[in-house]
Ligand binder design. Structure first.
Ligand code: ADP
Length: 683
């Protein structure tokens, strides 16, 4: 028998393990099982080289629970250890600067375990005593038993063990009894060991017999030793990928696409990424990709390794070249990791390009589902934008798809404005913007449907990227002015008639909280709508943005400024005009006469001040000027009330205003009831 102290330079390693690794408890099993797998793989290598004298035999690793003894045991038939090897690999743990390091990484068990090669010692996180019973593969080796109860003292004694290999026997701590539960251990194995490259058995397979589940003689193998990503893509069928996806994410719908990653230079990386089908944005979840290192599960937090926008994908990545035993911040600055990240991004765009090219129809059918990933990528990564712009699609309101280039060609002739800007018209709600969409289409314009989550951001990006291009929502102006073709021709209407009709309508607009109406009379042609509500693209975008950016609350507090365009060419408006004209002519005569005189006076006073500085103007002239202006305002006020008085009872005016509000979803409550009543009366 040999006794000694474990070679740690710090006082005592075990409290450290328990204290600092507490949160990540579960991984001890991964560490112990993967050590067993390593030892087994080494044995296989020896056997294949012909160095092994005996038969390799069944190499299954067994995990077993003994509730009576309170132990959890992991047994392998790998290379085993001689007592010298135990001394070297288990007893001597180089352990310098430990406290500093532990302080820094106290929340990152992976880093600690990796840094110190503490894999084996993580068993002490859950055990009051651990035994190693092992026999080396080398001829003539004797079995030995190492045992340690959580103090730095260990014991090595001779042991009985028939065959080559190692048992790690963990005497589970009283406060960790859950690790003696079959269901708990099963869960852990399923999480961490599901794809280990050597068969892992836990208990026996069960079958139904006479209405009961009974154990069979067959080992219950919990892992798949050759998971799909380790196989050659050329040997796999679609169904294989779909099945693997179902195994990984039993609750998810069938994936849209997948990408099989496979590189061996300048780094090793394999994996399969899936584009999930998400029913709503609420379902978008990060951290569904699992990261493996040689088939050992490491984490499902791939931030920093995979480009941010691809963390929304599902699947697995396996790489021995990702330095896992370091902190996340280090990981993100590691140049190898950066290369991996940009490789994955490129691979994803290549694959999308390929699907687009080979099966455009399928690509279009799935566009609604994948666009969120592609747009996110385009918005967050310039390189990805440059590649994706060749296969990213735009969809019009009829559901037809175009690439950016195709769409540009389509609208070039008809939708270029007088300044040479290409105007992309879009709607973001097919229902509420129905009439504006139809109006634009009647003019031969194409209207895009941009109702996706990221579309608002996308159109901003596209305006930057596409030269001389502008996005305008279909309801941001009357259709005649959506795309300014030539400098707008003057409407034939004289100024006073124009003013009259504007006053009729503005005096009757309802007052709505936080909404301001600006009425303008325009000649839009006889067949166009009599009245249209619009909101300028600029104002709307500013308000939308102010909702997201705190510094812009100025815009947010401004009322909605809506333009009310009254079409003076329309028969109904013409009728209103002539009716109001004759009803008010008499009353307006004196006011207009007065106004004409006042305006003339105002002009002549202005002429006197024209070439002078304001200080040099006579006080009497200044006084006269302001008195005249005041009178003009008064007369204008009189004029407005005369017109308003006549418009007040004009049912057609109210009906037109209500129709415009209705089209924009702004007619509610009492106003709506009044509208319905008036409509019936008019019928
Ligand atoms: P690491 O695996 O990172 O080297 P560990 O603390 O997990 O660190 O293990 C230390 C060493 O102990 C291993 O490198 C290996 O040589 C030896 N060892 C651990 N478990 C076994 C086992 N089941 N069979 C044979 N050797 C083992």
């Amino acid at each position: 028998m040999q006794k000694g102290n474990i070679g740690v330079t710090t006082e005592n390693i075990f409290p450290v393990i328990k204290k600092f690794l507490y949160s990540d408890h579960d991984i001890f099993l991964r560490e112990i099982v993967s050590n067993a797998v390593d030892a087994t793989q080494k044995l296989r290598t020896l056997a294949s080289k012909g160095d092994l004298k005996e038969e390799a035999g069944d190499l299954t690793v067994h995990v077993s629970i003994n509730k009576d003894a309170g132990t959890l045991t992991v047994s392998d038939r790998g290379i085993g250890m001689t007592s010298e090897e135990i001394e070297k690999y288990i007893n001597q743990i180089a352990f310098s600067g430990a406290n500093d390091f532990l302080d820094k990484y106290k929340d990152d068990a992976n880093a600690i375990i990796g840094h110190f090669g503490l894999g084996f010692y993580s068993s002490f996180m859950v055990s009051k005593k651990v035994e190693i019973i092992t026999k080396s593969w080398q001829e003539g080796s004797k079995a030995v038993k190492w045992s340690c109860d959580g103090s730095p003292a260990y014991e090595i004694t001779d042991a009985e063990r028939e065959s080559r290999g190692t048992d790690i026997v963990m005497y589970i701590d009283d406060d960790c009894k859950e690790f003696l539960e079959e269901s708990k251990v099963k869960d852990l194995l399923n999480k961490y060991c599901k794809f280990l490259p050597i068969s892992i058995a836990f208990g026996k397979k069960k079958e139904w017999k006479d209405g009961k589940q009974v154990e069979t003689d067959e080992d219950n193998i919990i892992n798949d030793t050759t998971p799909l990503w380790t196989k050659k893509p050329s040997e796999l069928k679609d169904e294989d990928y779909k099945k693997f996806y179902r195994d990984l994410y039993p609750m998810s719908d069938e994936p849209l696409f997948w990408i099989h990653l496979n590189v061996d230079y300048p780094f090793n990386l394999t994996g399969i990424l899936y584009f999930p089908k998400v029913k709503s944005s609420l379902e978008l979840q990060k951290n569904k990709i699992q990261l493996y290192c040689n088939q050992v599960y490491v984490t499902d937090n791939v931030e920093g390794i995979v480009p941010e926008f691809l963390t929304l994908l599902h699947g697995v990545i396996d790489s021995p070249d990702i330095p896992l035993n370091v902190s996340r911040s280090y990981l993100q600055s590691d140049s190898n990791v950066k290369k991996i990240s940009s490789y994955i991004s490129k691979k994803v765009s290549d694959r999308l390009q390929q699907i687009f090219k080979n099966d455009r129809k399928e690509f279009e059918e799935k566009w609604d589902d994948i666009s969120i990933f592609i747009h996110y990528g385009m918005l967050s990564e310039n390189d990805f934008y440059d590649r994706a712009k060749n296969f990213a699609l735009m969809k019009d309101t009829d559901g037809k798809h175009y690439t950016y280039d195709e769409y540009q060609t389509l609208i070039k002739d008809n939708q270029t404005d007088k300044d040479g800007n290409l105007v992309y018209l879009y709607a973001n709600d097919k229902e509420s913007q129905y009439s504006q969409i139809e109006g634009a289409k009647a003019k031969g314009y194409s209207v895009l449907l941009m109702d996706g989550q990221l579309d608002a951001a996308m159109l901003g990006l596209l305006e930057q990227k596409l030269e001389k291009s502008r996005f305008t929502r279909v309801d941001s102006d009357v259709v005649e002015h959506l795309i300014a073709k030539a400098d707008s021709e003057d409407t034939a209407l004289e100024a006073d008639k124009k003013e009259l009709i504007e006053t009729v309508f503005s005096s009757q607009m309802p007052s709505i909280d936080k909404v301001e109406f600006h009425v303008e009379a325009q000649g839009l042609g006889e067949t166009s709508d009599p009245i249209v509500l619009t909101q300028s693209e600029y104002m709307r975008r500013m308000k939308d943005m102010s909702r997201l950016q705190p510094g812009m609350s100025f815009y947010g507090e401004m009322p909605d400024m809506l333009n009310v365009v009254v079409n003076t060419d329309h028969k109904l408006v013409k009728d209103i005009l002539s009716k109001t004209d004759s009803a008010t002519a008499e009353a307006l005569k004196p006011v207009n006469g007065e106004l004409a005189g006042l305006n003339a006076r105002h002009d002549s006073l202005n002429a006197q001040t024209k070439d002078k500085k304001w200080d040099e103007v006579d006080q009497s002239v200044k006084d006269d000027l302001s008195a005249t202006e005041k009178k003009i305002e008064e007369e204008k006020g009189k004029k407005t009330s005369i017109i308003a008085e006549s418009a007040k009872d004009n049912a057609v005016v109210h009906q037109l205003i209500d129709l415009a509000l209705l089209q924009n979803g702004m007619l509610r409550g009492e106003s709506l009831a009044r509208f319905v009543k008036r409509s019936i009366e008019l019928i």
